[in-house]
Design a protein around this ligand. Structure first.
Ligand code: PLP
Length: 284
């Protein structure tokens, strides 16, 4: 596999970053994951815009323009012959040469790393037909979940808690209400209404979330952006999650309780179809 590191395209075995890199020592970096379908990037603009916002919130300068980033994404997709898969991008505050809590000089060059992951049949996975089971866990992450940092240890622990419980993922709960999944936004459907937590610093502002809610409103579905509890979710007709890699993924069980009849819901399936159709049209 060819990867990109700080201006160079290299075989992955030759790619190197410093042990003093701030992301390695302090999780001081941000990332994006963009999916590839049919060799094209889904929602690239949304991801590039969110990256800018994450960098801004951490007082980091964008080292590359949006066009330069797009070109690197495309080059890696071409070079690695990715038909369906993902492009991972990470930008860190760089490697100032020693460990210090204070940010280094703003002229310290950031570390920019991109790599691809091939996932044949990404849009057609067995999971998307069967749905996933989730458990609820307490949300113990930090308070700026709107910034897409590489500080992913709690989501990683949550995934392991889910696995140990025989489930696929965890929904995190704070003050009695669901924030989001470990790596996705969470939704329920009651009647004709889609309910998902409102945007704030408590959740990541999903690029897939923005697109799915837009398509839902265009399809005359009702959308309520507000907190909901696990009890309300268990009594819902349907549930699902969204992310760049899962698109719209049905949830069929929450803490052991079947949602609806325990199979993926019809409205969820429709939203998945609309999302995939519409986002393929704007893929670049
Ligand atoms: N919420 C969290 C915590 C995530 O990590 C992710 C994706 O990685 C999402 C939501 C979904 O965001 P997007 O749709 O932009 O992939």
């Amino acid at each position: 596999r060819t990867v990109y590191v700080n201006g160079e395209y290299l075989p992955e075995t030759e790619a190197k970053v410093s042990i003093f890199d701030r992301a390695f020592l302090m999780a001081d970096g941000v990332y994006e994951v963009t999916s590839v379908l049919g060799g094209k990037l889904i929602d690239f603009d949304g991801h590039a815009n969110r990256l800018d916002r994450s960098l801004g919130e951490l007082e980091m300068k964008a080292p590359l323009t949006k066009d330069e980033l797009l070109e690197i994404h495309r080059e890696l997709v071409r070079e690695n012959e990715i038909e369906d898969g993902l492009v991972y991008l990470q930008i860190t505050r760089g490697a100032p040469g020693d460990r210090d809590f204070a940010y280094p000089d703003p002229d310290t060059p950031p570390t920019v790393v991109l790599f691809t992951q091939s996932k044949p049949g990404l849009a057609d996975s067995a999971q998307s037909k069967e749905g996933i089971k989730v458990i609820s866990i307490e949300d113990q992450r930090w308070g700026r979940r709107d910034i897409k940092t590489v500080q992913l240890l709690f989501p990683s622990m949550g995934k392991m808690m889910a696995k140990k419980a025989g489930a696929d993922d965890a929904w995190m709960v704070e003050d009695g209400a669901v924030t989001e999944g470990t790596s996705n936004n969470a939704y329920i459907i009651k009647g004709d209404t889609i309910i998902t937590r409102h945007l704030s610093n408590d959740i990541l502002h999903g690029i897939t979330r923005a697109a799915v809610l837009r398509f839902a409103r265009e399809a005359q579905m009702k959308v309520e952006e507000r907190p909901f509890t696990i009890e309300e979710a268990q009594a819902a007709d349907e549930a699902f999650v969204t992310s760049a890699s899962a698109f719209v993924m049905p949830v069929v069980e929450i803490d052991g309780a079947a949602i609806g009849d325990g199979t993926p819901g019809a409205r969820t399936a429709r939203l998945r179809e609309i999302y995939l159709d519409e986002s393929r049209k704007t893929a670049v």
